[in-house]
Write a protein that binds this ligand. Sequence first.
Ligand SMILES: [Zn+2]
Length: 404
Amino acid sequence: MGDRMYENVYDNYVKYGIEAIKDGECNRCFGKNLKEDSFGVIHCLDCYSYKEITSDKYLFRKMRSIENKVHKLELNFDLTTEQISGSDFLVNCYIRRKNAFLQAVCGAGKTEMTLQLIHYALLEEKTVAFVIPRVEIIKQVSLRMQEYFPKTTISSIYGGSSLLPDSPFIITTPQQLIKFYQEFDLMIIDEVDAFPFVENQFLERLIKKSAKKNAVMIYMSATITKKYQQLIKQEKIEYHLISRRFHKKDLAIPIFVRSDNFLSDKTFKIILSLVSLKKPLIIYVASIAKALELKSQLDQKSLKVDYITSETKYKKAVIKAFVNEELDILVSTTLLERGVTFKNINVIVLEADADIFNEASLIQIAGRVGRIGDEGLVIFISKFKSEAMMSAKKAIATFNKSKL
Ligand SMILES: [Zn+2]
């Protein structure tokens, strides 16, 4: 133990610790994208958006000692057979110190499958990071984890919130990993195939920096990209697929509808007929501008509509109104693509052939329907059939066929 490092940045008058930028490399993010200013000071362009780092600063890596050693896993429900198989797989890989990829369809209960694993590592007095890209999901997962592990000090770290001392279990955005150096024995990386991880060498470096040399890495996702398929082969990563949801019902297969315009008469008719079913409807659109446009067009038809995007100030209030069935329709960008569960919904994707809707994203969106064993429709409306649309449909059909 004893070598968990939390990193602080000091100005040059301290001259304490290690030089922040040395030999053409930034010691904070291991980037080589440096630039010298007219005073001869070198700046790191990769991590400048954090507290600014320059060659006249020093990094101080401080050991964290953790006193809190009592951990108890409290589950007030039983895992399903599939969840047990996922959970056993993870614990088994961890005991053998093997890296693993767990692919589980939306709604399979991935978080629940990690509980035995986390408990095992905590009992070994190891440090655990659960890395989740989206702040909203970090908040949800943190609440649940604190219920499952009532005696453990859990830190949730995202812009602004801070690390609790004595905390062996940290739930964090990938960006906040920058403060840790060889800290974690077990890292669980959620939604690893999605934004912001895809082709992001900066975040890959932060993950490497914060993991101990012999850390066990667990990757989780509902979908798997070619890159990870190759990595699994090359690096002999263990792989396990959970293709059924906990309630064992099939995933909804997307229906393709052709429409030449953004909101054609045909599209509008489909919207009206779904609204008449008295079930909440989410319409996904490709951009914030499209969300505004659709909301204003639907407003004119006297439907109760609101929209949610990354720029929406009171996201919770909008979601609450939707859940309480005060709205007929919620228009959303890909913001609500994953991690959220709504009862009894139908889903439309408008301009499903737009670039922003890649295969993973479409599978996730389709996975919003029927998460709790209820039934609903998934309709992809577009002018063209994109490759992403077709491969998403194929992948969902394959999940349904699998026996597990
Ligand atoms: Zn840097």
